[in-house]
Design a protein around this ligand. Structure first.
Ligand code: GRG
Length: 300
């Protein structure tokens, strides 16, 4: 990933290398869990592909802070574990009730609701194990801060709170402010933790952490706007999850409130603002700038 520091940055190559290193780390992250059914259910969802955006953001932020991305790998894995847990739980009948995720039947369709809930729980707790026990050569002070960031992102002030408001708002009139609250928590909080944890491991000072929080707010909202747009414009085959669900569930989305064209304009503006926040770190920010653009250009 050294090429991230070169002036001619090749994002396609960077992405392939980063994904490969994340896939390898994910594959070796799960030990011999007992019983076998639990191990299988955890591996089934964790190793089902996915863009791996969250761990890659973490590695890129570590590098931006001047750190060695290798040292952030256990935390990068932890972030993907928390994300995967949230997808498993989100797909359950009591929540979004979906059959398809990452191009395969959802976890509960294969293993049943109880094991799916427990596989999610096991991934969530394993995430904290990755940081606290499996990180090498990172100071306890930094790891403690990482645990704090992950707790805030996964809990009531983040994923859980956002999800509760999202469920409450189904089939209701929702204004732009509430929609933003949902997405800043449900989606944005974990993306924020990706860059802050990576940067903390890399030794970032407060000014960089502040800039990264701004960056994360922009890409988090833009990510969700694009997610809403793809739900209308892309097929289930390409998305690997059921397309058109928002309309069926009568959810308020950015395209519903603003229309497709204005939604895309807003996503582009948010990405531009996110990138501007990193301008003082121009030299090392190429991967994070390219990842921000990737969020609006992606097709799944
Ligand atoms: C139990 C602590 C705890 C939390 C769970 C269920 C829940 C609370 C929150 C739901 C969070 C959620 C599913 C948000 C949606 C985020 C989102 C847009 C996911 C899709 O992310 P991608 O496109 O997916 O990066 P891939 O598959 O590429 O990783």
């Amino acid at each position: 990933m050294e090429d991230a520091l070169n002036s001619k940055f090749d994002f396609a190559t960077y992405l392939v290398k980063a994904r490969n290193s994340v896939e390898e780390a994910l594959d070796s992250s799960l030990g011999p869990e007992r019983p076998e059914q639990l191990r299988e259910a955890m591996r089934y969802s964790l190793l089902a592909g996915g863009k791996r955006l969250r761990p890659i953001l973490c590695l890129a932020a570590c590098q931006l802070a001047g750190g060695d991305p290798e040292k952030a790998l256990p935390t990068a894995v932890a972030l993907e574990m928390i994300h995967t847990m949230s997808l498993i739980h989100d797909d359950l009948p009591a929540m979004d009730n979906d059959d398809l995720r990452r191009g395969r039947p959802t976890n509960h369709k294969v293993y049943g609701d109880a094991v799916a809930i427990l596989a999610g729980d096991a991934l969530l707790t394993r995430a904290f194990e990755m940081v606290a026990i499996r990180s090498n050569d990172v100071s306890p002070e930094r790891l403690l801060k990482v645990v704090g960031e992950l707790s805030l992102a996964a809990g009531a002030p983040g994923l859980v709170g956002g999800q509760v408001v999202d469920l409450e708002c189904e089939a209701k009139e929702v204004d732009l402010e509430t929609l933003e609250f949902i997405h800043l928590n449900k989606t944005g909080a974990l993306l924020n933790a990706c860059v802050t944890t990576g940067a903390i491991i890399g030794g970032a000072e407060e000014d960089l952490l502040k800039a990264l929080r701004k960056y994360a707010r922009g890409i988090g909202l833009a990510f969700q706007i694009i997610d809403d747009i793809l739900d209308v414009t892309a097929s289930s085959d390409v998305l690997g999850k059921t397309a058109g669900k928002d309309l069926v569930a009568d959810k308020t989305t950015y395209p519903k409130l603003l229309g497709l064209e204005e939604s895309r304009r807003r996503a582009d503006l948010l990405v531009k603002q996110a990138k501007a926040a990193l301008q003082p770190w121009n030299l090392r920010s190429a991967p994070l700038l390219a990842l921000a653009d990737y969020i609006t250009s992606r097709d799944r």
